[in-house]
Design a protein around this ligand. Structure first.
Ligand code: NAD
Length: 355
């Protein structure tokens, strides 16, 4: 069993990771948690029975007694926490985006190589059984003619407010919030230059939501050779792009609105059949991810819908993380794998900026 510490006790920790960790008592024991919000540390610590709580990640890590940490705090602090944890001998599962700049990614990779520890990026959609099965079925589609990667969702809080109890802190200071914004701006500048607010917003949307889409697309279809065209609107809140592959194009579309709907899917159209992986909101656990296969059979079009398993992708992801740590094997969602997404986002933003 791994003794774990949780860095960041916000929305996703409360709705997803802490309940999932509790559902896997043979694999994980949550020994510590930290957040910069005293309210969260007190209330979430008590609610989930976390034995030791701290107001800083460094204090939690230095206190010892842990095998691994889950990094679930704000994006701007991921790299710092990942590196500090590894410097103290801890394995790491870090939520996406692993970091915001290539320089941070290099630092994480260098520390991982020096310490020999496991660092895994929390791309849970790639652990959904429907996704794994789709990958296995892909060669049966024949040549790929076209694919769509679609992620248009309602704001998370609309769904969370209907289905979960979440403590939202009101005790973060102005100084803490400004430090976070300034840090985020500096990291985006380091990654893509001084591009202005709209392009910087598009880059953050890609790092936040788009990283799920791009990483799943890369695992399924490989890395695109380039970005053929891209547009953004609504201050960088919506993006559409055409991504070049040898012999076909992928249409990518994303945005966040105020509808109580979560529609994320990857659809691949082949010569012999097409398949579609359909994700629902991850904030309501165990909502199925489905795989639909359309194929022509004689005069008929046959549609098969598969729900391979009811277990949610986060549980599969955490089981996989545990196996990687105890067996000493590299995860498929490595820091290098994440760095490919950052690279593609920079290219997409460059194309967006040429309009
Ligand atoms: N895989 C997924 O499906 C998924 C879903 C939601 C969020 N996420 C990721 O999880 C992370 C957290 O998202 P969230 O929605 O819970 O955000 P949130 O703002 O609700 O929670 C983040 C928490 O981190 C705390 N924090 C900020 N800086 C800190 C620091 N230096 N040390 C310790 N704590 C600090 C904040 O006080 C806050 O409570 C983000 O990186 C996000 O991209 C992933």
């Amino acid at each position: 069993m791994l003794n774990v510490g949780v860095i960041g006790l916000g929305e996703v920790a409360q709705v997803v990771h802490l309940p999932v960790l509790q559902s896997l008592p043979e694999l994980f024991s949550v020994q510590a948690g930290c957040d910069i919000s005293p309210t969260l540390v007190k209330e979430v610590g008590a609610r989930f029975g976390i034995p030791q709580t701290y107001l800083s990640a460094t204090a939690m890590i230095e206190a010892g007694g842990l095998d691994a940490v889950l990094v679930l705090n704000s994006d701007e602090y991921h790299a710092e926490c990942v590196v500090t944890a590894m410097e103290h001998g801890l394995h790491v599962l870090v939520e996406k985006p692993m970091c915001l700049s290539p320089r941070e990614a290099e630092r994480i990779i260098e520390t991982r190589d020096r310490t020999g520890l496991t660092v895994m990026v929390g791309y849970m959609r790639r652990f959904a059984p429907a996704f794994v099965e789709a990958k296995e079925l892909l060669p049966t589609l024949g040549g790929v003619n076209f694919a769509r990667v679609h992620d248009v969702i309602g704001r998370n809080q609309l769904i969370v407010d209907q289905t979960s109890y979440v403590v939202r802190p009101a005790d973060l200071t102005e100084a803490q919030m400004h430090e976070r914004w300034d840090r985020g701006s500096a990291l985006v500048r380091d990654a893509i230059g001084d591009v202005g607010g709209e392009l910087a917003g598009a880059y953050r949307l890609l790092c936040g939501l788009g990283s799920h889409d791009f990483s799943a697309m890369r695992e399924l279809l490989g890395r695109p050779s380039g970005v053929a065209a891209a547009r953004m609107w609504k201050q960088g809140g919506y993006i559409a792009a055409l991504l070049d592959y040898p012999g076909f194009v992928v249409s990518y579309e994303t945005g966040v609105d105020e509808q109580l709907r979560f529609d994320a899917h990857l659809e691949v159209y082949g010569d012999l059949a097409s398949l579609r992986i359909q994700y629902d909101t991850p904030y309501v656990r165990h909502l199925p991810t489905t795989l639909t296969i359309d194929e022509t059979s004689g005069d008929a079009l046959k549609k098969t819908v598969i729900r391979p398993h009811l277990k949610d992708p986060y549980t599969h992801e955490l089981e996989y993380f545990h196996a990687c740590v105890v067996e000493g094997r590299a995860p498929k969602t490595t820091p290098e794998d994440f760095a490919e997404d950052l690279d593609l986002f920079a290219e997409l933003v460059r194309v967006l900026g040429t309009r």
